[in-house]
Design a protein around this ligand. Sequence first.
Ligand SMILES: [Zn+2]
Length: 235
Amino acid sequence: MNQLQPTYETAIKCPACDKEFEITKVRSRAVKLVRQDTDFCPYYEGINPLYYEAVVCSHCGYAAHITSINALNRIEKRRIQDHITKKWTPRSFSGQRTWDKALEAFKLVLLNLNVREAVHSEIAKICMRIAWLYRYAGDNELEQCYLNHALNSYIRAYEEEDLVQSKVDPFTMLFIIGELCCRTGKTDDSLHWFSRLIKENSDPRNKGKIPGRLIETTRDRVHELRHNADKEVGG
Ligand SMILES: [Zn+2]
């Protein structure tokens, strides 16, 4: 019977309080991706695995993205104990998640990242996901608010962080920045960032490093933006 369930529970040890807590994972074969927006916002048939990406410790309130649960140093651990755990009411985030529960979990991750003074790329990633949740709900105002947060954090990450360690390569990040500028109404900035990516692609040192599809999509986006701008000028 259990095999038919799209989700399953598993226990992990919390890197902040060292206690075990339960998390819910989605079986990969239960995941059916239908399409993605140009900023990679995914749409699924049936269960949405995005809802389960934010992991929360029921005992201490430590929360992180599922791909970076253990990336916690001693200073960050102390900050979580002082600023999260002291105010935390123990409660579980395992089991099936509604949109509201997913949003609450992601907001806890963002709070944790701010308390930890985490890297901008990680903050940007979570802001993107919160924006997508608001997009699913049709809340344009809050989606724009979090897209702008994500944009500012990605720009700082691109300019200040050593992206060798990052999960997003610098070329995909250039694309996302261009895309976020576009989605937040900054057409000129968008063209600037997309052009940077196209320029990087023509640099022989980057040969083979940038996926052909990313460049194709970027060229399409530039073409589209210029076409729309021309239409506006022409009335
Ligand atoms: Zn904990």
